[in-house]
Design a protein around this ligand. Structure first.
Ligand SMILES: [Fe+2]
Ligand SMILES: [Fe+2]
Length: 172
């Protein structure tokens, strides 16, 4: 499916539908799960409190990141592609070159990686403790899936979408 996507417009729709929408739905669900986990297992598992702190930082930054991509960067990319298809001049952006917000997004992807490393360290790679109940299993499973999806999401943006934008800026 990914290989067949040609235009940046299609790449952006693919990213929003496949990664942004599901991520926005799962973040509040993880918050609720963690609160419940701490109520039930917080005494025997103090690492859950640390995991929650790390997750709150991740959620806050990620929600801002998604808004910046959807409200600022993606519309800029569409404008750029539009200019390229119409053989028009390169559009002028208030932030200067489009490479500036792209570098910022790439930097934020690295910050998310660091937070994932911290989460894995806190939970010993999300290995379930012997006393893990259904909620524990569901929570750690959801974390692992969210981390894996976010890694694929960021790699897709870095290596396919942003790479295409860099190519377009050189063509215009
Ligand atoms: Fe994204
Ligand atoms: Fe991103």
């Amino acid at each position: 499916m990914i290989q067949n996507i040609q235009s940046t417009k299609d790449m952006i729709s693919f990213i929003i539908e496949t990664y942004h929408i599901p991520l926005k739905e799962i973040l509040p669900e993880i918050s609720t799960m963690l609160t419940r986990m701490i109520e039930v297992h917080g005494k025997e598992h103090p690492e859950l409190e640390l995991l929650k702190k790390c997750f709150i930082a991740f959620r806050t930054d990620m929600e801002k990141h998604l808004r910046k991509e959807e409200d600022i960067l993606f519309p800029m990319i569409l404008q750029l592609e539009n200019a390229y298809t119409k053989n028009a001049e390169r559009p002028k952006f208030h932030c200067g070159s489009i490479e500036n917000p792209i570098h910022q997004m790439e930097y934020e992807h690295e910050q998310f990686d660091d937070l994932f490393k911290q989460m894995k360290h806190i939970t010993h790679n999300f290995i379930l403790p012997d006393d893990a109940c259904k909620l524990f299993i569901k929570c750690y499973g959801t974390f692992l899936k969210m981390i894996e999806d976010t890694e694929i999401h960021a790699t897709y943006e870095n290596t396919i979408l942003f790479a295409r934008v860099k190519e377009l800026t050189h063509l215009l």
